[in-house]
Structure formats: C-alpha cells, structure tokens
Ligand binder design. Sequence first.
Ligand code: CA
Length: 245
Amino acid sequence: MDTQVKPNEEHYRVLIVEDEQSIAEGLVDMCEYRGYKASWAPDGEKGLEGALSGNYDLVILDIMLPKMDGFTVCNKVREVNRELPIIMLSARNSDQDIIDGLALGADDYISKPFSVPQLFARIEAVLRRSRRNVDFENDLVLGDLTIHFREYLGVAADGREIPFTRKEIEILQYLNAHRKQTVSRQELLRDVWGYDNAESIDTRTVDIHVTKIRKKIEKVPGAPVYLLTQRGEGYMLRPNPDEEE
Ligand code: CA
C-alpha cells in the first residue's frame, strides 16, 4: 500500500514517460492546462525511477521506449507498487499490446493517435478510481480455488498459487457483490473502471479481462461454470453452480 499523501485534486502529479518529444510536450501542456503538475521522462529507465519516487499520482507510459520498454517498466513498478495508476500508450491498436499491458497490471491503455478528451476521460476515471476504497476483506471461494482479495492471490486446494492483477480483483469483487445477476459491460466500465460516459468507450477491454480471469478460475476456460457470458447482455458470476436456480 503506498503511503504517499494525496494532494488536492486540482494538483495531481502526472509522470509522462514518452520518448517522442513533441508528444511528450503536448501531453505536459495538456496536463498543466487541466491544472495537473506534469513531468516528462524521455526513456524507460528515467520513467521507472520517477514512477518509484513516490512523487506521482499517475503514470502515462509509452510502450516503445529507449533503454527499457514500457512493459518492463510497468512490471517493475508493480513488483513494488500495485496501487500507482498506470495508463499505457500503444502505438498500434494491437490487441496483444493491450493484453500484455493489462496482464502486467496497467490500469488502462489508449492507442495513438488519441484525442485529448479521450485521454483525459481515461485519466480522470483512473484517478477517481484510485481514490475509491474497495472492500478487500472478504475471500471468494470458487470450487477448489479460494481468492484472497487483499493479497490479489488465488490458492487452489493443492496449494498452487495464482496471482491476480488489481483490475481482475476489482472485477471479481464487483461481480461477487452482484452475484447471480447479469452485469452489463457498460456497468462494469462505469463502476469498475470509473467511466462516466461508458457508452462511448470500447468494451473490448472488459472482454479481455474476463478472458484472463477465466483462465485463472475456470477448469475449462472455454466452457465456464463460474463466470458466465449472458449473450448480448453481459456477465454473471455464479460461485455455486450446483445450487438450484
Ligand atoms: Ca515511443
């Protein structure tokens, strides 16, 4: 848990890790225009150093960077800080980049070229979410697997440990709080991701996360029994599949 004091909302400190100077300067200007304080790190090593300094509330992290790529930076940050919000910038609109970034614990991604309102919708949603307190007290039991929310860890009956990312835990917590109810992708984007205007946001990120979660919780991820797809409607968590409906 990071112990840094949260500054006033208007003075969020944003670290921009980006090697293309024109993009970085544009982002710094945009952040400052919004009242944030922004700094620029031009390569992965400096980015990692800044991200671990405790001086920032949010990191915008490019993937293709000199000295250390964005995936490595993200991974190294998450080894010691699971809370610091990270938004990855992807040059290509590549599913694999998105999947890799999210698997490493990034909070969100945005593809270049992005629009300013789009980026700030993401930034504001991520910051809003990071202020929210989530109930990490309870465990979730899915068959042989017990998921300890607080530790971001699933433990199987045979002792095997399965790590979860923060986002995966937040999704499972939300679905668990609404167990046996259908939860739409828009609802997840609004309440788990924090987007105000979820209709305009690509729902693919929800599906990608659900696929990752199923690989961890389901015996046969392609034929799930706990985390079900409700065709055309959304998702439903059913912790006790044998219970009578
Ligand atoms: Ca780059």
